[in-house]
Design a protein around this ligand. Structure first.
Ligand SMILES: Nc1ncnc2c1ncn2[C@@H]1O[C@H](COP(=O)(O)OP(=O)(O)O)[C@@H](O)[C@H]1O
Ligand SMILES: [Mg+2]
Length: 287
């Protein structure tokens, strides 16, 4: 399901110096990473973090009912079984890469809408949250759809653009699912919010979340790469990106074009093949 060749290559390259960072905000984030690294934690830091997490308002996922594509079915499919297991494998690879390279923020995008970027974002977030010793955050950066909230059966009134623009703090905006998954959900935003990514605002927001909550990973559910300019603008704020290919329709040339767009903006961490089993079934049906 996941092509991890890129991740493995990045891990092999781990002794090479980190890529240059040209932006003040990114340096600030790097500093906050260092400040929150376990070895450097002051004794009171753990208590402060626990209190900060506990103070986030908690939402509960919809009750698991069957395996349809509605909110309950999707969330049910992500909690256990083969789908959950394949995401646990991807999680293990990602954790190793993040820890080896000192990275934290991962974008999840796809060539076009409907490939499953939000599905994969949520599945990965749930997978990280199953680990007791890991804290994860998931931000819905597909501002105009607000798809993650609907998927979780939540109906936020606020817009994540307020968090990114700095009008609301992370403590005022984020909520929590379970003990260790922070969520930045959003109501669908009218057009225009995407210009937010064209400055340092997203880097600053990621830095604030890193500083205040010290998550091991911040997953960012992004709009599609080939059709939305805002995705391109968000990339330089992220340490790396996963591309979700839809096994029933994504073509090799779509992936090449995505790779080209990522170049010099962020690292490609890997390609996740979604609906791969459907492709196999479809081919079998044709023969
Ligand atoms: N592997 C999958 N199994 C079941 N449903 C899926 C799967 N991948 C995507 N979907 C469903 O397909 C629809 C589109 O997926 P979504 O994640 O919203 O795509 P994107 O975020 O790339 O636009 C959603 O209803 C989602 O729940
Ligand atoms: Mg989406």
């Amino acid at each position: 399901m996941v092509d991890t060749r890129r991740l493995e290559q990045l891990l092999r390259e781990k002794r090479s110096p980190a890529r240059p960072v040209g932006r003040g905000a990114r340096s600030a984030i790097a500093q906050s990473y260092g400040a929150s690294a376990p070895a450097g934690r002051a004794p009171g830091r753990d208590d402060a973090l626990r209190a900060a997490w506990a103070a986030l308002p908690e939402i509960t996922p919809p009750p698991a009912r069957g395996h349809g594509t509605g909110a309950a079915g999707t969330v049910a499919a992500l909690g256990h079984g083969p789908v959950a297991e394949s995401f646990d494998l991807l999680r293990a690879q990602l954790l190793q890469a993040l820890r080896t390279r000192g990275w934290r923020s991962i974008g999840i995008t796809a060539p076009v809408r409907g490939c499953g970027a939000s599905f994969v974002s949520l599945a990965l977030a749930r997978s990280f949250a199953r680990l007791d010793n890991v804290r994860a955050a998931l931000l819905d950066l597909d501002l105009e759809t607000g798809a993650l909230a609907a998927r979780l059966g939540a109906a936020p009134e606020g817009h994540i653009s307020d968090l990114i623009a700095g009008d609301l703090s992370a403590a005022e905006y984020l909520c929590r699912m379970g003990r260790n998954l922070a969520l930045g959900l959003t109501a669908p935003f009218p057009e225009g919010a995407t210009t937010l990514f064209h400055n340092d605002a997203l880097s600053q927001t990621l830095g604030e979340i890193a500083q205040e909550y010290s998550p091991d990973v911040i997953l960012c559910d992004l709009p599609p790469l080939l059709t939305e300019d805002s995705t391109l603008a968000a990339l330089p704020s992220l340490d790396g990106v996963l591309i979700v290919a839809d096994g029933t329709r994504t073509q090799a040339r779509d992936l090449s074009e995505c790779e080209r767009l990522l170049q010099d903006r962020t690292q490609l961490l890997g390609v996740v093949l979604n609906r791969g089993f459907d492709t196999v079934a479809a081919r079998r049906a044709q023969h």
